[in-house]
Design a protein around this ligand. Structure first.
Ligand SMILES: [Zn+2]
Length: 90
């Protein structure tokens, strides 16, 4: 009986931690946007999150900006919709 309830608890604990991690990551990103502290951090954040937007047609490459989807950006060279570099590689 003891063992049974113990394994059940550890299972719940794992679920709890997974949920907590999810919430923390959501809160963490929300906090960063809300506070908007340190303008200098913006560059570092964009570099970490972003990667690049690439034009599938002509290969033009732009650094991805946080909060702006690549698919909303048009290639400055040929006007084609940009796509995430990761998606293009796959
Ligand atoms: Zn292009």
């Amino acid at each position: 009986m003891n063992i049974c309830s113990l394994s059940l608890r550890s299972d719940l604990l794992i679920k709890y931690f997974k949920l907590k991690n999810k919430i923390m990551s959501i809160l963490g990103s929300g906090k960063g946007l809300g506070l908007g502290g340190g303008r200098g951090r913006n560059k570092g954040g964009a570099f970490g999150v972003g990667g690049y937007c690439v034009c599938a047609k002509c290969g033009e490459k732009l650094p991805h900006q946080q909060g702006i989807k690549c698919t909303t950006i048009k290639c400055p060279a040929c006007g084609t919709t940009m796509i995430r570099e990761e998606l293009l590689k796959k």
